[in-house]
Design a protein around this ligand. Sequence first.
Ligand SMILES: [Fe+2]
Ligand SMILES: [Zn+2]
Length: 404
Amino acid sequence: MLVNSETNQSIAYSNELLSDVTGKHKILDTASIVDGQSFIGITFELCERGLLLDVDGSSDLYSWSWLADVCGCTECNAAGGKQATRQVKDTSLIRLTPVKAAVTSTDITIVWAHHVSTIPLSLIVDAHNQALLQPVKFSSIYDSDEIPSFDFSEVMTLENALGEFLGAVDKYGAALTHNVGTDEDSYLKLVNRFGFIRETNYGKSFDVILDPTMTNLAFTDQALFVHTDNPYRDPVPTLQLLHCLVAGDQGGQSIIVDGFKVAQQLREEEPRYFDLLSTYPIRWQYCDQFADLEFQGKVIERDYQGDVIGVRFNERSRTPVILPGHIRNTYLDALAYFRDMLASPKWQICFKLEAGQLILFNNRRVLHGRTQYANSSHRHLKGAYADIDSLRSTLTRIASATKV
Ligand SMILES: [Fe+2]
Ligand SMILES: [Zn+2]
C-alpha cells in the first residue's frame, strides 16, 4: 500500500494498477496488440516509481514526475495546448504519486489529485528513441558536384521552390539563387520571404565595395582569407547573404568552405588540436567610431554529444591568444593547423559570383572569402544578415502544408 503525500492517506489502487506494489507489476505487453506502431519488443510496466519500458531486455524508467510533466490536459496547458502552464515537479520532494493509473494498448491514463493525464504510449516511445545518443549525420556541399542553385522568381512565388532553396541551405550550409537581377533591395525581398533581417551596426545591409574610408578590410580590393562573419557578436548572425550587383572583371573569385566537414576532419587527423579548439574560448573584437564589440568564443563548438554545431574563425577579428602557459603554445599550433586545412584546395570551393546571383549561407557553419580583385574593378556585392531559426520555421511550415 502506498501513501499519498497530499492527503497522507493510503491509496487504494484499481485492480489494473499496482495490485502488487512489492514489485514491478507487469500490466501489458502491447507488442501483439498495437497495429502499425513501433511498439514491437517493448513491454510497458507500471511500478511504484512510474512507467517502466522494457526494450529488448533493458529497462528505462519514466518517473511520475516525467509523466506529469508531459500532461496535455487543459489544466496543464493554455492557448489550445500551445502554451504549457504546469511547473516541473521533483518526485522526491513532492512525493508525486497518482491516485490511480492504468495502461491500455495505446495510452497510459493517470488520475492525479487535481487532473487526469492521458498520455499516448507513442509519445513515450518517441521520447525513448530520441534520447538514444546518435551522432548527427550531415550532408556536405562536397557531396554534390556544385552549390545547389535555384531560380529567384520561382523561389519568390512558389512554395515548393522556396522550400527546396531553404532546405538546401539548411542541409548543405549554402545555396545560390540565379536570375535575381541587380535591384538593390532584392536581398530584402528574399529575406522577407522566410524571416527577418538581422540589423547590426553595419545597418540593415552593407555594400562590399572599395571604400578607403572604412576600417574593415572587406572594403578594400585585398584577398580575404575564408572566415565566418562577426565572431565578436553575441549571438553571432546565423545566416548571411551576398548578392552580386557588379561582378568586376579581374579577380574577386568567391570562396566557401564547409567548416563542419573540416572540423570533423581535424578531429580525425589531430584529436588533440580538435579538443583544444573546442574547449578553450579566445577573444574576438571589432572597433570603429560607432561600435566597440568583443566576445569570447570557441573556434569549434560542440553539443552535449560532442557533435560540431558551430565554427568561428576570422583572423582579422581574433585578438592575441590569452591562455595558461601549458595550453597557449599548443593552442596556437592547433589554430595554425586548422587554418592550413581551411586554406587547402581540397576544402575550398572557388567560383565567380556573377551579377544577378545571390548566395545564402549558414554563418555558423560555412566560411567565406575571396581572391584579390583589380583596383579599377567596380565589383559590388550587397550583404545582409538574417537568422536560421526563421528559415527552419518556414521550412517546417511548408513541409506541414505539403502533408495536408
Ligand atoms: Fe565576410
Ligand atoms: Zn494535466
